[in-house]
Design a protein around this ligand. Sequence first.
Ligand SMILES: [Zn+2]
Ligand SMILES: [Zn+2]
Length: 345
Amino acid sequence: MRAVVFERFGEPAEVREVPDPEPAAHGVVVRVEATGLCRSDWHGWQGHDPGITLPHVPGHELAGVVEAAGDRVTGWRPGDRVTVPFVCACGSCGACAAGDHQVCERQTQPGFTHWGSFAEYVALDHADVNLVAVPEDLSFSTAASLGCRFATAFRAVVQQGRVAAGEWVAVHGCGGVGLSAVMIAAASGARVVAVDVSARALEMARAFGAAACVDATAVPDTAEAVRDLTGGGAHLSLDALGSPVTCAASVNGLRRRGRHVQVGLLPSPAGTTPVPMDRLIALELALLGSHGMAAHTYPPMMELVRTGVLRPDLLTTAAIPLDAVPAALSAMDTVPGAGVVVVLP
Ligand SMILES: [Zn+2]
Ligand SMILES: [Zn+2]
C-alpha cells in the first residue's frame, strides 16, 4: 500500500510503498477513505511523543470501510462504514471496566503506538470495543474529524466541562479543536468567548456561535479581557491550544468555582507547565484534563451531528491528497492545520 512515512523526527516525510497491514485476531484493517491532519501529528513527527518508533506512519483521525476482520471480531465485518476514537482501548483493564476507555491502561493509538491512517489501510485493535458506525448520510471526511478533534472537544465541553445553558465558556486557541469546542458550547446554550491571535480564526469562531472574541494581539492580558467580557470570569474555560501562556490565561480568566479543562497537548520539551495554583485555592477552581472520548459514549454526539445540530463538516477548510501530506506536515509549524482533511481516492 501507499503510505506517508518518516524515517527521522523532524525530517521530511515521503509517500512510498510499504507492506499492507494484517488484522490482529481482535482487530480489523480499515480501508482509509478520509483522515484529518491534526497538531498531534505534527508533535509526533517532531519527536515529542516518546511512544513513536521509527520508521513511522502518522495519522489518527480517520474514517473508512472495514476491509478485513480478525477471527475474534464479532460486531464488524468487511464493508462496514466506521470511524474510531484515536485512543483505542483494550476493553479489559480497570479503566475500561469503569467505562473510561479514553484513559485505558493498555491503550493503542493509530499513528502513535503503531502505524496510522496516512495510508491506504490502517490496522485497529480490539475492534468490538473501539469501532463506531458511520451512518450512510454522514460523509467520510466529516466522520474522520469525529475521531480526534471534534470528539475531544465534545468530551471537554460536555462530559468533563459539564457545560450548562447560560454559562460563559472561554475557549483559548481557535484551531480545529478550539473551533469545535466553540460550536459545541454554543449549541449547548452557553455564551462563548473565543480567544486567539488570528483574526481569521476569530472570524470563524464568531460564525460558529461565539458571542464575543478577544484578539490576543490587541490586549495586554487576555484573562483580564475574558473576566471583563463575562462579568467576572468564565464558568468553564478551555486551553485548546496547549501552551504555558494559554493554560495560565485560561485558569486566570475563570470566575469563582470555575472549571478549567486542558485540551491542547503540553509536550514535555516545553517543561512542566506552571499553573496559578494560588488562584485555584482562593477561588476553588477545578482543573480537569480531557483525553479523547470512549467509543461507547459516541451515540449522543453522533445523533447531534446526524441531525445537523452540530456541523463538524463546516470545520473542514481544505481537502488534500495523500501526496500532499508531507508538505502539509512541514507547514504546520507556521500554518495551522485546522480543518485539513486528507481524502484518499
Ligand atoms: Zn488529532
Ligand atoms: Zn483498557
